[in-house]
Design a protein around this ligand. Structure first.
Ligand code: NAG
Ligand code: NAG
Ligand code: NAG
Length: 632
């Protein structure tokens, strides 16, 4: 018997048509698998997940989501040149991590795999003057894409978007076959992978493999705007670059509208070149008042919509201390370490509401910041921070080095390439105020100090933000921050510090990049019950091994008071509390991993956090008025 999967795709289509045999080869149907722990949103995922427009800063009306049920099968390395017949053996929900219950696969350790679906192209989308783009918001880790059996593109890197022009490959009036081959070498090579691991431990968690963010089609005009860089400062100066697809130096028209919808500035210029526009006396963006202005850009027949916020982040001396400043005033930054892990979706939040729930909790407690920890989220996360008013410290996902003492030159240059992509792709979100390059020495080369050159490089790509070159561990003096990690008690801007190299550096901003982490084992129904994780609960810093939460609340209060003392007396300019949620065996969240039980005493935290901003306001000499939510 012929094995149809070994034939070239066009032969498969031909045979399927002749024999009418392939439809009978149905994939095992999709089923939401019960994850070890679910969330209030698990049952809301359905089969039309993430229906929202995924690229909030470059909107067009003509688009179509390809999210939904696809088919999946495991593969071998050599299979990449040979797309098998659709449907593949088992149905899968896209987007998802295949390790998650939501995927319908829920399997660890798969390194090579195929995903497949078919799609139709709406009438008019591929007319002579138009192109059809296939967009992937993120696939972990290496991807090769085929349309109707022809290779249309590849990508490496699990956290960024890529767009493929598939116009020459599509059929206009019938089904198109889409194959995606994915290879994910988590732990086997040194790659940016953040907290993902196949070797689960207390602080490293279930990995994510596959198409974990939205896949979509859009129809664009022949010449179109590929991406848009917008930076707007407190003086009303807007700097814009409209990058064109293959059409440099074309006329572009930009107009900026106030929050009421009135056009306040408009100007013409050329694509692919920076230009500035002046908006007189704009309403500024801050956590207290997250004002956004809509933007429309046209180039020929292409029109896109975007937005920006007017704000300036800088560093300067205030009352004798080096401080981060928002719109010219000291902003004390306080927020949680935010990992973005989900018991039902791993890296993919089950729904947009679920993702926003975490941010609303942070905001409700009165914090003004979130440290997005060695993960890059879907763009709708940053849009939510822009809209709600949350400052973001964005970490580069770190490499871990398993097989040698440092990354090879090739691994290092790939890390640097993906660092550039992170900055370029996200530098128009007003909420992001700091880039973080290295976390706690992970993947950090120390036989020379690459963080100096990387800091210069990030500064060149984006001169408008602060850079935290090294958060925790191997600090050699690079960047804008002097950042200590210390558990459970903070050592923030203090003359004593656990950092071996630089006890305290008054020339940089004193930051507590991590502290806290105290925990309490939740009730079994709120616990991630995976034995490898449960076994590590005793590694929690200060596990409050008590029936009730009294001692936990007491210590949380003490830690926040200590931080306040350090703001009062030393050079503490901000702090990151570990962490937003429990993650697997780490039971130290503001809320449990399933987001069902808020662990902290909300009223106590609100008052303690208020106290931090009051102390910071007093040090800034604003009469002790409190620094608002950090933004006065
Ligand atoms: C194409 O998609 C339809 C609808 O999802 C499905 O029923 C069919 O099996 C798919 N065909 C192939 C060849 O995958
Ligand atoms: C700004 O743009 C968003 C997204 O396109 C839209 O929902 C909102 O109504 C616009 N605001 C104004 C004032 O036009
Ligand atoms: C945690 O408990 C395990 C046994 O379950 C034990 O082997 C390990 O040493 C303990 N670790 C700590 C940090 O107490």
């Amino acid at each position: 018997m012929i094995n149809i999967t070994q034939l070239a795709p066009f032969m498969q289509v031909l045979l399927c048509t002749l024999l009418l045999a392939c439809g009978a080869d149905a994939a095992a149907p999709y089923q939401l698998l019960k994850p070890p722990l679910d969330t209030p949103w698990t049952d809301q995922v359905g089969t039309n997940p993430w229906p929202q427009y995924p690229r909030p800063q470059l909107r067009r009306d003509v688009w179509k989501s390809l999210n939904g049920i696809w088919s999946f099968q495991e593969a071998q390395e050599g299979d990449v040149t040979d797309p098998p017949a659709l449907p593949l053996g088992q149905e899968v929900l896209i987007p998802s991590c295949i390790e998650s219950g939501i995927s319908g696969i829920q399997k660890m350790g798969v390194t090579h795999m195929w995903f497949g679906t078919n799609f139709t192209v709406p009438a008019g989308w591929a007319d002579d003057d138009r192109r059809v783009m296939l967009n992937f918001e993120a696939v972990d880790y290496e991807t090769k894409v085929y349309v109707n059996g022809a290779e249309v593109g590849t990508n490496r890197g699990g956290y960024h978007r890529f767009s493929l022009d598939i116009t020459p490959n599509i059929v206009r009036d019938g089904a198109n076959q889409l194959h995606v081959f994915v290879f994910d070498p988590t732990d086997d090579q040194s790659i940016p992978q953040g907290k993902q691991t196949k070797r689960l431990s207390h602080i490293f968690y279930t990995p994510c493999t596959g198409i974990w963010q939205t896949v979509w089609l859009e129809s664009v005009s022949q010449d179109f705007i590929k991406s848009l860089d917008v930076a707007a400062d407190m003086n009303g100066i807007v700097t814009v670059v409209a990058h064109s697809w293959n059409n440099e130096n074309s006329p572009v028209q930009i107009s900026i509208a106030s929050p009421q919808g009135d056009v306040v500035a408009s100007q013409q210029h050329l694509s692919d070149q920076p230009f500035t526009i002046n908006v007189p006396s704009p309403m500024l963006w801050s956590p207290d008042s997250p004002t956004l202005y809509n933007i429309t850009v046209t180039m020929g027949s292409d029109e896109v919509r975007s937005y920006t916020g007017f704000r300036t982040i800088s560093t300067g001396v205030v009352n004798g201390i080096q401080r981060p400043q928002l719109n010219g005033e000291f902003v004390f930054m306080f927020g949680p370490l935010d990992q973005g892990y989900w018991p039902d979706g791993i890296y993919t939040p089950p729904t947009l509401d679920a993702m926003v729930y975490d941010l609303e909790l942070i905001k409700r407690l009165g914090m003004n910041m979130v440290r997005k920890h060695i993960k890059i989220e879907p763009d709708l996360f940053y849009e939510a921070c822009d809209r709600m008013g949350l400052l973001v410290m964005q970490d580069m996902p770190s490499m871990r080095v398993f097989h040698h003492s440092r990354p090879t030159d090739g691994e290092q240059s790939e890390f640097e390439r993906q660092l550039d992509i992170m900055v370029n792709e996200h530098k128009s979100y007003p909420s992001i105020v700091t880039w973080v390059i290295y976390n706690e020495g992970w993947g950090q080369i120390t036989d020379y100090y690459p963080e100096f050159a990387l800091t210069d490089r990030v500064r060149q790509l984006d001169p408008s933000r602060l850079i935290n070159s090294v958060t925790g561990w191997h600090d050699h003096g690079a960047g804008d921050y002097h950042d200590n990690h210390h558990y459970a008690e903070p050592q923030c801007g203090t003359p004593w510090s656990s950092l071996p190299n630089t006890p305290y550096d008054s020339k940089r901003i004193g930051l507590q990049g991590e502290f806290g982490g105290i925990g309490h084992r939740p009730a079994d129904e709120n616990l991630w019950p995976v034995p490898e994780a449960v076994r590590t609960i005793n590694e929690t810093y200060e596990l409050h091994n008590t029936a009730g939460l009294e001692s936990y609340h007491y210590r949380a209060h003490v830690l926040l008071q200590l931080l306040r003392d350090q703001v009062d007396q030393y050079a503490c300019s901000g702090a990151v509390y570990t962490q937003t949620t429990d993650v697997e065996g780490e039971v130290n969240g503001l809320v449990t991993y399933d987001r069902r039980v808020v662990r902290v005493d909300e009223e106590q935290w609100k008052s303690d956090i208020r106290g931090l901003y009051d102390a910071a306001g007093a040090r800034a000499g604003d009469g002790g008025g409190g620094g608002g939510e950090g933004s006065r």
